[in-house]
Design a protein. Structure first.
Length: 727
């Protein structure tokens, strides 16, 4: 009998259809197994069957769905479980993290009540106090502070709602997690923290993870195995490294090429980079132009009123400064990227600019006119010239309206055309956004379209009034790599044709690099840095920007090539990058250990006062870029665990995500200055660390886990990504 934790055999799934229609298999003859503690990634374009497969695993499909094949968990068929067994199975055995958190969260319940309800439904004997303590500790793991306990889902940003949904899945400590696009709405730093937490739990609790995603770079870092789905079929499966380096199926190669197109670095011979270079030149001289949009000291503050008990104890209202004194100028024809973590105020800023919510203070000028004091009718007329493309196209399209009606609606609202004229304009716009033949798509409903097609409809609706300014709030974050590339190329084409100006809001720095002339970085409701795209990537100034760049995902052509790596002694100018890599690598563990992130100032003092012979510091460079570093553990301000010297190697998280982490680690060990010693013992301070397998290649006399590992707590084990001890 197989010892597999989870098995799918010859699974076929067809959604309900009319009797005269042939069954369309959304999942078609898919088979695979998951072992305890294994992490498997499932990638593919929208509509390929990834989410259907995840829901089938938990029996969450409509009752009239046609299902063939078998799904078993620890040898027991999921299809034969009784309703009582199924209730226990969902949550305690297998947990699902949905892509859209708003469909998971009850708008009438506070976040705290969601957690309490989940825990008490499965553990009725648990007291409310015990449940709250456990819930607050779990929320803290995903960076939701206890002060947000009594707030409702609509008071959270999209990314923060997603963090709550992940916390709810972790509450019951299941044996397996099915994560359906769990980090779509999250910035790179928070996504990295959450996925590190998930993978750490997988290792420590022997918990399996099925990660459904369109983010190839994320899957490359966090999954042992990868399956590629296309048109309902599993077209390729294998170890992550081998699939990325030597893809066998044409569709897998297409996905990788699309991701590389978006993440094409500077100096490539793409036409887009050349166009962007010319654009940046024009905007460097923008002082002679009048801005199309000017934001002056804009503030958007929210007050959280204390509840009855808090008022009795003279509790004071808490103020959340979602937007706190923003000053911004956007020039005609420019693409300005607004990046930052979820909850930093990006979406609130966009809604305040559009006057969908009135500002607490400050001014917004559009085409030279101050719009914060306009009447409702005047503002409606003004919005003809400023439109928005929202993050979730499915949520912003009326399910009762056809595609044609949705796109024509703004023309009729603003009385810009008769119904007959509107239909002609809609046909023309459908052609422009690549939905052909337009006669077919005109009659379809949003539910009949894939995610990429829905986003094209949303873009067409925003452009139908011929606006001057388009605010795009995470417009491609829910789309797979190939569709992302198509939509972004479309946006660049339409910008030139319609003479558009874009405010492009994203948490994905590579998308901003691909599309934007300038980038503004938001953190804590403020813009902490703004500059040309080239300057932000080449020479970031603010520590938060450096942290974002250190954690960024990368799918690189270097995945199929050997990275040119060198190791040299560090200089003082290397310290900001070294600190950023360290702080990006273990933020969740630092919080648990009650440690503050390392500051550049403190490390400069340490660097100058150390003995270079006894306490050396080296940097790892890849093609001239600092990709990691080596040092003795006193770099962290903590004593070494042993009397003999220990050396730690850190690689920037972005290189792990693109599959280069192990390669660089291997080269770093080979080139490390410590290898002059004959007797070298390697110790891994983390359970089931994937790098453990590397050391069989090096002929070390001994290697393995630290003998005293049981005496160290989890934090100490995780503090050293890799420790080398000289004997």
């Amino acid at each position: 009998m197989s010892d597999a934790l989870f098995t799918i055999e010859n699974l076929r799934v067809a959604y309900p259809h009319s009797s005269d229609e042939k069954a369309h298999w959304a999942v078609d003859d898919v088979s695979f197994q998951l072992q305890p503690g294994e992490r498997m990634g499932l990638v593919g374009e929208s509509g390929c069957g990834k989410s259907t497969l995840g829901r089938a695993a938990m029996r969450l499909l409509p009752s009239s769905t046609q299902i063939e094949g078998q799904i078993t968990f620890q040898g027991q068929s999921v299809f034969t479980l009784t309703p009582t067994q199924m209730r226990k199975f969902r949550g305690e055995v297998v947990a699902l993290v949905f892509q859209d958190p708003m469909t998971r969260l009850d708008p009438l319940m506070t976040i705290g009540n969601h957690c309490i309800e989940t825990l008490k439904a499965h553990s009725p004997k648990l007291s409310t106090r015990e449940a709250k303590e456990k819930a607050i500790a779990t929320l803290a793991k995903v960076n939701i502070p206890a002060s947000r306990w009594n707030q409702y889902p609509h008071e959270f940003s999209g990314g923060m709602r997603q963090r709550v949904a992940i916390a709810l899945a972790l509450l019951l400590q299941p044996k397996m997690i099915v994560a359906d696009e769990p980090t779509t709405s999250l910035d790179v730093t928070v996504a990295a923290q959450i996925l590190r937490e998930l993978t750490r739990l997988c290792a420590e609790e022997n918990m399996a993870l099925l990660l459904i995603s369109h983010d190839l770079a994320m899957v490359a870092e966090y999954c042992d195995r990868i399956g590629v789905m296309y048109n309902g079929k599993m077209v390729e499966m294998g170890q992550t490294e081998s699939v990325f380096k030597q893809p066998q199926h044409e569709y897998t190669r297409l996905l990788l090429q699309a991701a590389l197109h978006i993440q094409a670095g500077e100096g490539t011979d793409t036409g887009n980079q050349e166009d962007k270079g010319n654009a940046n030149k024009s905007f460097s001289a923008s002082s002679s132009q009048s801005p199309i949009l000017r934001v002056v000291d804009l503030k958007q503050h929210y007050t959280i009123e204390p509840n009855l008990i808090e008022r009795l104890f003279q509790g004071q209202p808490q103020t959340i400064k979602a937007v706190d004194g923003i000053n911004l100028e956007l020039y005609p024809g420019e693409i300005l990227g607004l990046v930052g973590e979820s909850g930093c105020g990006k979406s609130t800023l966009s809604r305040t600019i559009l006057q969908l919510i009135p500002p607490t203070a400050g001014k917004v000028e559009f085409l030279g006119k101050e719009i914060t004091r306009l009447s409702r009718q005047e503002m409606r007329n003004q919005r003809r010239q400023m439109q928005m493309v929202f993050q979730d196209p499915h949520a912003c399209l009326n399910p009762a309206m056809t595609v044609g009606q949705s796109i024509a609606d703004p023309l009729l609202i603003h009385k810009l055309a008769t119904p007959a004229e509107a239909k002609k304009q809609v046909f023309w716009m459908l052609e422009k956004v690549g939905l052909k033949p337009p006669e077919v798509y005109y009659q379809r409903y949003a539910s009949d379209l894939s995610g990429g097609q829905q986003q094209r409809v949303a873009i067409a609706r925003a452009l139908i009034t011929h606006p001057k300014l388009l605010i795009c709030d995470e417009p491609v974050s829910m789309l797979d790599a190939s569709v992302q590339s198509q939509v972004l190329d479309l946006m660049l084409e339409l910008k030139a044709e319609f003479e558009l100006t874009y405010l492009f809001i994203t948490h994905d720095l590579w998308l901003a690099r691909f599309l934007c002339d300038r980038i503004a970085v938001m953190n804590g409701g403020k813009i902490v840095e703004i500059g040309s795209t080239k300057e932000i990537f080449a020479n970031p100034q603010h520590p938060y920007t450096k942290t974002l760049l250190a954690a960024v995902s990368l799918v690189s052509t270097s995945m199929t090539q050997k990275a040119a790596m060198t190791i040299r002694h560090a200089t003082e100018t290397d310290l900001p990058k070294i600190v950023a890599i360290y702080n990006a690598a273990i933020p969740s563990r630092m919080a648990t250990a009650d440690l503050e992130p390392v500051s550049v100032e403190s490390r400069i003092a340490w660097f100058k006062g150390r003995s270079p012979l006894k306490n050396p510091l080296w940097v790892i460079e890849v093609e001239g870029v600092v990709a990691g570093w080596l040092s003795f553990q006193s770099f962290y301000g903590r004593p070494a665990y042993h009397a003999t010297a220990e050396i730690s190697i850190y690689i920037a998280p972005g290189y792990h995500r693109c599959g280069l982490g192990k390669q660089l680690l291997t080269q770093a060990i080979k080139q490390s200055p410590t290898l002059g010693f004959k007797n070298l013992v390697c110790f891994i301070f983390a359970h089931n660390h994937p790098s453990l397998k590397l050391f069989e290649k090096f002929g070390f006399q001994r290697w393995g886990y630290l003998p005293q590992v049981a005496e160290l707590d989890d934090v100490e084990r995780d503090l050293a990504i890799l420790g080398l001890r000289i004997i």
